[in-house]
Design a binder for this molecule. Structure first.
Ligand code: PEP
Ligand code: MN
Length: 264
């Protein structure tokens, strides 16, 4: 179903009126994690002011250590919804546990993110395949392109064809940056599938200063959008502080992108 042979034209996914996969580039931005109502209100304001039309934020966080901050949970979803609604921004947030799906629907989450660690959580994929919410399927950090396509097929097979692929960097021998952004995945996926492809330069590089270069490379390679972490005060972020753009940096990235692509 996800194959280009099945559907020749590019699929444009409508996210509460925001098109993803057409000739406009969409930049989804916001903090790694939902922290407080104030932080989310501030974030929604600067994300909107920068010109982004979609907002991200994690309420449930897949942390390497069980002893670090795990996310604000349902309370976080409520804070996110409230802040984003004030600025008319559809929300993107990660679902880790199938038992939370009904809660996500209750809060009317606009785009469900499946993280790199769950790309092959087939039961989770089957469940999001049964609803009609758009799904961002991040690439497993050690997944091949064909494994990634098959993971998407699990969602599509259940009837949900609103799938967005997100390359977020893969694991290699390199240690100078968090992951290696596989830009090659963009043209390859655009050839193999009719679905939108976006890039997450934040988790790929792992450092804020790397984000603009990786973002430009993604757009030049043909990506349909970006998922960029930002925070009102990056150095105070509870999670992924090193890679968060400040409001000013996000604004300047948006300006740069407008010079090379049809952003907005
Ligand atoms: C995230 O987007 O905050 C995240 C946890 O991403 P990934 O699944 O790519 O690590
Ligand atoms: Mn993060």
């Amino acid at each position: 179903i996800v194959a280009r042979e099945w559907h020749r034209e590019n699929t444009v996914i409508d996210i509460r009126g925001v098109p993803l996969g057409g000739n406009q580039i969409q930049v989804i931005s916001g903090p790694c994690s939902v922290e407080t109502q104030e932080q989310m209100d501030e974030s929604a304001r600067f994300v909107k002011e920068a010109g982004c039309r979609l907002m991200r934020g994690g309420a449930f966080k897949p942390r390497t250590s069980p002893y670090t901050f795990q996310g604000r949970g349902v309370e976080g979803l409520a804070m996110f919804r409230k802040a984003a609604d004030k600025y008319g921004l559809p929300i993107v947030t990660e679902l880790m546990d199938v038992r939370m799906l009904d809660t996500f629907l209750e809060y009317d989450v606009d785009v469900i993110q499946i993280g790199t660690r769950n790309m092959q959580n087939f039961d989770l994929l089957k469940e999001v395949g049964r609803i009609n919410k758009p799904v961002i399927l991040k690439r497993g950090m050690a997944a091949t392109i064909s494994e990634w396509l098959m993971a998407a097929e699990y969602i599509a097979a259940g009837g949900n064809h609103n799938i967005i692929f997100c390359e977020r960097g893969i694991r290699t021998y390199e240690t100078a940056y968090r992951n290696v952004l596989d830009v090659t995945a963009v043209p390859v996926l655009k050839k193999e599938t009719h679905l939108p492809v976006i890039i997450d330069p934040s988790h790929a590089g792992g450092k804020a200063w790397m984000v603009p270069a990786l973002a430009r490379a993604a757009i030049a390679a043909g990506a349909d959008g970006l998922l960029v972490e930002s925070h009102p005060r990056p150095c105070e972020a509870w999670c992924d502080a090193d890679q968060a753009l400040s409001p000013e940096e996000l604004k300047s990235l948006m300006g740069e992108l407008k010079g090379i692509a049809n952003v907005l």
